[in-house]
Write a protein that binds this ligand. Structure first.
Ligand SMILES: C[S@@+](CC[C@H](N)C(=O)[O-])C[C@H]1O[C@@H](n2cnc3c(N)ncnc32)[C@H](O)[C@@H]1O
Length: 230
């Protein structure tokens, strides 16, 4: 399943919520937490400001941001009630406002947030431009966006990494969660998603500037950043 509809994506995340954190730890060999800390570090919202973590899932980035910036109001948004239920039950969850909504149509006024973070949202959406335009709309002028996303493998390690993602991810899904098909979707959505160069183009045409990125873990993941013009 290279492309999935919004309702199929929603169904997958409702289904995998119970073992999402464990699978993420295994698939990134424990690096996911470190990348989320880097996302929170890079976004650096102003004291007294407002930060929105989209596709918050089990809340790893939102909780890290709330811990790191106690003087910032943090909202974690997701369209999966099951993922949000896990987020709400974690230590420190009271410091975050949890919101059930779709990232395609954000329930916020224009220029509401100083900063936006998101982990693994963009490859799951049907209309990437619309989702990024929504983020641009709710950011204040000068606001910052930091994205954690997977990358299709490239460069000399491409055959090895492509094999690893294609074979190992669904196999670990089967072993840990008895759920090969959900993880086969996650694998194919990674393989067919934009490279950082191509995602930077989409960010530019949806209004963002000052775009940069760091690849992680043999180029299979990337942290990208961008800003709305002041
Ligand atoms: C792979 S999880 C990432 C969770 C978290 N950001 C992390 O890094 O661990 C992707 C999340 O995106 C959410 N999601 C996907 N499409 C969405 C949409 N259109 N609106 C809101 N949430 C969405 C899913 O429900 C899921 O919780």
């Amino acid at each position: 399943m290279a492309r999935a509809s919004t309702s199929q994506v929603h169904g997958i995340f409702e289904k995998i919520a119970g073992y999402y954190d464990r699978m993420n730890f295994l698939m990134t060999l424990g690096r996911h937490g470190r990348w989320c800390r880097e996302v929170a570090d890079r976004v650096a919202p102003p004291r007294g400001g407002k930060l929105l973590d989209l596709a918050t899932g089990t809340g790893v980035i939102a909780l890290e941001a709330a811990r790191r910036y106690p003087a910032v109001s943090v909202t974690g948004l997701d369209f999966s009630q099951e993922m949000l239920r896990r987020a709400r039950s974690k230590p420190g969850a009271d410091a975050v406002r949890w919101q059930h909504a779709n990232a395609t149509c954000l329930p916020f006024a224009d220029a509401s947030f100083d900063a936006i973070t998101e982990g693994y949202l963009l490859r799951n959406v049907e209309d990437l431009d619309r989702v990024l335009r929504e983020q641009h709309r709710v950011l204040k002028p000068g606001g910052r966006l930091v994205i954690l996303e997977t990358c299709p493998p490239s460069g000399p390690v491409k055959p090895l990494m492509a094999w690893g993602i294609r074979v190992l991810v669904p196999a670990v899904g089967q072993l840990v969660a008895c759920d090969r098909s959900s993880y086969a979707y996650l694998e194919s959505s990674t393989r067919h998603f934009h490279s950082p160069q191509s995602l930077a183009e989409v960010l530019r045409r949806t209004g963002f500037q000052d775009i940069g990125w760091h690849k992680k873990f043999f180029g299979t993941n990337v942290i990208m950043w961008a800003a709305k013009a002041p």
